[in-house]
Design a protein around this ligand. Sequence first.
Ligand code: SF4
Ligand code: SF4
Length: 178
Amino acid sequence: MGILKDTINGAAAIAQGMGVTFKAMLSPKTTVQYPEQKPPVKERFRGRHVLQRHDNGLERCIGCALCAAACPAQAIYVEAAENVPEARYSPGERYAKVYEINMIRCIFCGFCEEACPVEAVVLKHQYELSGYDRRSFIYTKDMLLLPGPDLPAPDGAIANGPKERSNTPTSDWRASLG
Ligand code: SF4
Ligand code: SF4
């Protein structure tokens, strides 16, 4: 009698286990074929930084270094220089002559983005940031700045005037992030 009971209990346990297996087989797959298939990230995901431009092509960054001051990892280095009427980079008095982020130090907290008074530095959705040596993780201004017209440009050659600032609302530039 004991053997029969054990056999029934064992068969019931196997059936229960196989039920879980078949249920999982029929449920939607949660794995994706990365890297060919990239899973979408949340809208507020913080990935690679970029330096944005105004609508007229001028650099948003004014070299104030508030982002560097706010960075808890001391990952940002900014060296400012003066704009002159013959050679302008940004609408402000100054621009970032050197702008570097050490991506090895970065913890993607977004404090730099929060601290920036002109929405110049933003963290986008790119997360594939591997490299083969430490130097390649120092992202320079050339690497960070979004494509645009060649700068510097004289004041007269800048569309809408050299002081033009596009105050794109945060929600709008978030939506345009890749
Ligand atoms: S995301 Fe945070 S850690 Fe990274 S550079 Fe900005 S402030 Fe520094
Ligand atoms: S990115 Fe923003 S906070 Fe940083 S130096 Fe440029 S303007 Fe200042």
